[in-house]
Structure formats: structure tokens, C-alpha cells
Design a protein around this ligand. Structure first.
Ligand SMILES: Cc1ncc(COP(=O)(O)O)c(C=O)c1O
Length: 410
């Protein structure tokens, strides 16, 4: 992998030399291959897919369905019936909550999630819990974010009918034991919902190997356009589920007072679909697979090591998560004594460095960290790296962090 060639593929990086983009967990940048694929779609075959019987519409349908095939192999699904295009991971998780959770859970059942879930993997389960009476329970990790086998097993009982878990935490970067969780919940006849928003961009996805019944991710965090995401679901489950949204395209026959629904996966794709987004996502998958996830992870590790160890060596900086940098999956979350994370981000912005600051859409985790780790604020700063970031950027970043306190008058 030649990092210079790679960076040249990304117009925003090429046109802004010196700007350090370390907010990749929020959204990634896009290479020219993705941008071109979207433009080509609109320039050459734009029409409403799945509706018209003429050449352009058929072309749009083909482009959309070919993109679906690409996702089938990307996640190792069995067929295109198991891949539903949605707007993002949030919508994917809501689809599972409304279409599976509401119809299959009841009082006496338990939904188990971790305290480090993104709000997108908490609020849908709160809603299901309120409406069905199923109890919502939380797994609390060790202080370094690890969920041990013992802890996980102790949280599961015969009533656990759904486990929701991020494969990788968007705050701590830790990889969670989704495979073990799947085995435990399957023993109860329940389902495993994996939030893959932070894993799909960085590591090989294999829904069968991890035993996921549902796997959700967003295209925009993995070089794809905004507004396209994926829900993988086992066909046997999807077949029995009611549609989430209804209207055009997801029907078979409609009478005045009833309707029958389209075959999978279209039963879950109401209205005009985001064909250009799917095409862009397919180009993003091609780009990632062309580099290879081994290379992607290796480069992220090189950069993360410098950031992690550099920050760890600053006495007034607190770095959260596992003490092994390789367990940070490109994410390093930290605080500086006496400095609010928003101030840290603002000062770094002056240095043309983009990081995220705040609660990272994970307020229950912030509360947990504040209590357990005695954090000054219920918020942190987060540097999140991707394979196009360099060792030089990491070194410059560490030097900039060293200066933050001085800028803030300490
Ligand atoms: C772990 C995790 N899950 C879900 C989401 C939601 O993603 P989106 O906003 O694309 O729906 C995010 C976004 O940051 C995330 O990090």
C-alpha cells in the first residue's frame, strides 16, 4: 500500500495538505473512485430504479442490484434476500427493533445491550422495552472497556431473547465479544443484533463467522456516500418479519383495505431507493477490498500506536480504554486535566486538526466512565484514524496536544 498514491485518490486530502482529519469514526472521506461512480450513475443511467420498463430505468435497476450483490459477498451473506439497503446504521437498527422486536418480545423477556452502545443501539431498544414490557438490561465493562467472558455469561439468562452489541466501540475502540454473545443468545432461541458501524470500515466482516442474525452498518463511515446503509438479516428471520416502512415498491398487490408485500429484500425498501448511494457504496467496497483489510488494519495500527503512546507519555493527559494500543481499532479517546474536551477540539482546530469532542452519542458510557474513572467532565476528546492517515500526522497531532494546555492559559 502506497500511502501517497492513496492520499492522492482523496480530493479533499490532496487539496488540503497539512489538514489532519482525525474524525473518521464520525464519517470518512471519499476517494475519487466513489465520487466518479456516483456522478457516472447520474450522467449515464439515471432513472427511477425498479419501476420503468425502458433502458435507463433498467440500467438504474441493474446498477442498484449489482451493488447489492457486492454487499452480499462483502459481509458473506447467503443471498441478496438477506441484504436490505437503508439510510444508515441507525435506520437498520430501528428496522430490527420495529419489525422483529415489537412482534417477538413480550413481558418476561430480556433485551441485553452494553453500556457502551451508541444511542442508535440504545433508543430503539428503550422503545421496544416500553411498548412490549421486555426488560432492558446493560452489560457494564471493566474499567478499560473490556467485556470479559465471565461478565457476559453472568448477564445472560434463559429470558435473554435479544442481545445488541457494537462489534467495535465508537468511543473506546475495543472489539466486543459478539461471537460469544451470539452463541449465548442462540441457546435461548433469541437473536444477535450486531452494530457493525465501527467494524465494517476497518476489518473483514463475516456475518456467518460471528453468528449475527442482524448486522447493521453505514456507508459513509467506509468511504461511501452519506444516506446509504445496510441491514443484513438472516433470511429465515426476514421472511417472518412485517415491513418496517410501507408505501410504493414494497408491495405485491394493493386493494382499498389491504395489501400483500413484495419478495425479499424489497419488502423492506419502501419508496424510491437510493440507487446512486448503493452504487457509491459498491465502489467504496471495491476500493477497500483492493487495498485489503490486512493492509488497512496494519496502517491504522502504525498510526494509532504513535497517537496512543504519545498521549500516554504526557503526564496530564488521560487516555481511556485498554492499555494495549492494538486494542484501540484506530480510536484514541482522551482528556486533558482542566480542559473541557470542546476547548481541546477548538484549539486543535486552530492547528487544522479535526477531532471529535463531547459525549460521542454514548451518554450512558460517559456517565459510567465519569463514575468509574473519576472523569472531570462527562465528555472526552476522540481522535479516530483511518488507513489514509500517516505516521507524520500522528506525530504532529501528539505535538499539538502537548500545546493545548498552554493555549488555554495553564
Ligand atoms: C457504533 C455506532 N453505531 C451506530 C452509529 C450510527 O451511525 P449513523 O449515524 O450512520 O446511523 C454510529 C455513528 O457514529 C456508531 O459509531
Amino acid at each position: 500500500m502506497n500511502i501517497t498514491d492513496i492520499r492522492n485518490d482523496f480530493p479533499i486530502l490532496k487539496d488540503n495538505p497539512g489538514y489532519i482529519y482525525f474524525d473518521n469514526a464520525a464519517t470518512s472521506q471519499r476517494p475519487v473512485q466513489v465520487l466518479d461512480s456516483v456522478e457516472k450513475f447520474y450522467r449515464t443511467t439515471n432513472a427511477n430504479p425498479l419501476r420503468g420498463l425502458y433502458e435507463w430505468s433498467i440500467g438504474a435497476t441493474d446498477a442498484y442490484e449489482n451493488a447489492r450483490q457486492k454487499v452480499v459477498s462483502f459481509v458473506n451473506a447467503d443471498s441478496e434476500e438477506e441484504i436490505v439497503f437503508v439510510r444508515n446504521a441507525t435506520e437498520a437498527l430501528n428496522l430490527v427493533a420495529y419489525s422483529w422486536g415489537m412482534d417477538n418480545l413480550k413481558e418476561g423477556d430480556e433485551i441485553l445491550i452494553t453500556v457502551m452502545e451508541h444511542h442508535s443501539d440504545i433508543l430503539p431498544w428503550q422503545m421496544v422495552s416500553r411498548k412490549t414490557g421486555a426488560k432492558l438490561k446493560f452489560i457494564e465493562p471493566e474499567n478499560d472497556g473490556t467485556i470479559t467472558e465471565e461478565n457476559l455469561k453472568s448477564c445472560v439468562n434463559e429470558n435473554t431473547k435479544l442481545i445488541g452489541m457494537a462489534a467495535v466501540s465508537n468511543v473506546l475502540g475495543v472489539k466486543n465479544p459478539v461471537k460469544l454473545a451470539a452463541e449465548l443468545v442462540h441457546a435461548n432461541g433469541g437473536v444477535m443484533v450486531v452494530d457493525g458501524a465501527q467494524s465494517a470500515p476497518h476489518m473483514k466482516t463475516d456475518v456467518k463467522a460471528i453468528g449475527a442474525d442482524f448486522f447493521a452498518f453505514s456507508g459513509h463511515k467506509m468511504l461511501g456516500p452519506m444516506g446509504i446503509g445496510v441491514l443484513y438479516g438472516k433470511r429465515s428471520l426476514f421472511e417472518k418479519m412485517s415491513p418496517f416502512l410501507s408505501g410504493g415498491e414494497m408491495i405485491e398487490y394493493v386493494k382499498r383495505d389491504s395489501a400483500t408485500f413484495a419478495e425479499l429484500p424489497h419488502k423492506f425498501e419502501a419508496g424510491t431507493v437510493n440507487a446512486s448511494g448503493a452504487v457509491g457504496l459498491a465502489a467504496a467496497i471495491d476500493y477497500l477490498e483492493n487495498i485489503g483489510f490486512d493492509e488497512i488494519e496494519a496502517q491504522e495500527n502504525r498510526v494509532t500506536k504513535i497517537v496512543y503512546e504519545g498521549l500516554k507519555n504526557i503526564p496530564y493527559v488521560h487516555v481511556y480504554g485498554n492499555s494495549d494500543f492494538s486494542k484501540h481499532s484506530g480510536i484514541v479517546t482522551f482528556n486533558i486535566d482542566g480542559c473541557h474536551p470542546h476547548d481541546i477540539a477548538t484549539v486543535l482546530d486552530d492547528e487544522h486538526i479535526a477531532v471529535r469532542a463531547g459525549h460521542h452519542c454514548a451518554q450512558p458510557l460517559m456517565e459510567f466512565m465519569q463514575e468509574r474513572l473519576d472523569m472531570e467532565f462527562r465528555a472526552t476528546a476522540r481522535a479516530s484514524m483511518y488507513f489514509y492517515n500517516t505516521e507524520e500526522e500522528a506525530e504532529r497531532f501528539v505535538e499539538a496536544v502537548k500545546k493545548v494546555r498552554g493555549w488555554l492559559g495553564f
